[in-house]
Design a protein around this ligand. Structure first.
Ligand code: BMA
Length: 375
């Protein structure tokens, strides 16, 4: 074979391997780090084995404790940590040392490293203040979304806030200096109207542009390549409703929704969750996305068999990646009590152990075994 022929074949081989690499399943960030790509692919693969269980602020506090090293209400009850850890960046934008639920950002970074070192998954939400009024995320003053889009009067303020979350995210590194992948979940529950980015306060075109701008800024301008992007609504009634404010397949890796049980109609909750998961998992299949229950809970879990007889009944027939129970705040400043997973002695604790024992509910041990960051 002549030298030029050899060169030609070599070139063909290179082109072929590049084409194969591209044809493989990739997150929306084409420059995502290898740990991030592995997480993305492994989360999809693991759906066949079951559903990863997650908990917001799990390592920071529980119903009757605050900042005790290694402690977790889930671990107190089951002996194991959750597989997924939710954290929240609200108030980082105003340079507060702690988030809106008083978790210090420095401690949060360490909790994230601890969880990653155990093979767990990290997801982050952001109840950012209203950039137009300076009030909270729950201040729905009209025109806020429009004001932070490019050319809007608060656009520069918004990008300065994104710079702050980028600085936080850049600090998340594993022992080998690799970035810790994060499932970032901005503008959650956007089909409700309780947040300033909600349905009644902006048009679908505006919120889509904001979501797309946010991804572009973090990925292309800040050059963060360890993020997967989650899109999630609150409860929804149809695929059309779900997609009304969806920014498009090129911007989203994980699709989900948030759902809370209010009142004691368990049968209705099972039906609701089942109906929405059917729609969500069909969409995920069609669009090749990771489906998840991005937040859920039954406040104070007052039913002793809720985990196996209600929650599991709602999710067991659905191929979803993870579920995230909201935070065990315990007694809050306003006197109310908020928690969503049991602590020792809580009425649903024994049932949570039964739920934990189900083969297809996956906690820390299974996440570690699954080596989610390796290929
Ligand atoms: C809500 C409650 C609040 C909290 C907020 C942001 O659902 O838990 O207490 O401040 O989420 O985490």
């Amino acid at each position: 074979m002549s030298i030029s022929m050899k060169r030609y074949l070599l070139l063909l081989a290179i082109l072929f391997s590049v084409a194969v690499a591209y044809a493989q399943d990739h997150p929306v960030d084409k420059m995502a780090t290898k740990e991030t790509v592995n997480l993305y692919r492994n989360l999809k693969k693991q759906i066949a084995n079951g559903v990863f269980f997650g908990h917001q602020d799990d390592l920071a506090y529980g119903v009757n404790w605050r900042y005790e090293p290694g402690k977790s209400d889930i671990r107190e009850v089951t002996g194991d940590y959750p597989a997924v850890y939710g954290w929240e960046l609200g108030h980082i934008e105003i340079d507060s040392p702690a988030n809106l639920d008083s978790v210090p950002f420095d401690r949060m970074k360490q909790f994230i490293r601890d969880a990653y070192n155990r093979g767990g998954v990290v997801t982050i939400s952001w109840h950012l203040n209203n950039p137009l009024t300076g009030k909270s995320a729950w201040d729905p003053s009209p025109g806020t979304v429009a004001s932070i889009l490019p050319n809007g009067q608060k656009h520069d303020l918004y990008t300065s806030w994104l710079d702050k979350i980028a600085a936080f995210l850049s600090d998340l590194k594993g022992d080998k200096g690799e970035f810790i992948p994060v499932i970032f979940r901005p503008f959650h529950e956007l089909n409700g109207s309780w947040f300033w980015w909600g349905k009644n306060h902006c048009t679908p075109a505006e919120i889509k542009r904001l979501y797309q701008f946010t991804v572009t800024y973090l990925r292309d301008h800040k050059k963060l390549h360890h993020l997967l992007y989650a899109f999630n609504t609150d409860r929804f009634g149809s695929t059309e409703e779900y997609l009304e404010r969806y920014p498009g397949d090129d911007w989203v890796d994980v699709i989900g929704f948030d759902i809370y049980q209010r009142g004691n109609d368990h049968a209705k909750f099972i039906t609701d969750i089942h109906t929405m998961l059917s729609l969500l998992t069909s969409l995920a299949k069609e669009r090749n996305k990771i489906p998840a229950l991005t937040e859920f809970g039954y406040g104070q879990v007052p039913a002793a068999d809720w985990w196996t007889n209600t929650f599991w009944k709602g999710i067991e027939n659905h191929a979803i990646s993870f579920v995230l129970a909201w935070r065990n705040a315990g007694k809050k400043k306003d006197g109310s009590i908020e928690y969503y997973v049991p602590y020792p002695g809580q009425v649903s604790a024994a049932d949570f152990v039964r739920f934990y024992a189900i083969d297809r509910t996956l906690f820390q041990q299974e996440a570690k075994r699954a080596k989610l960051y390796s290929n």
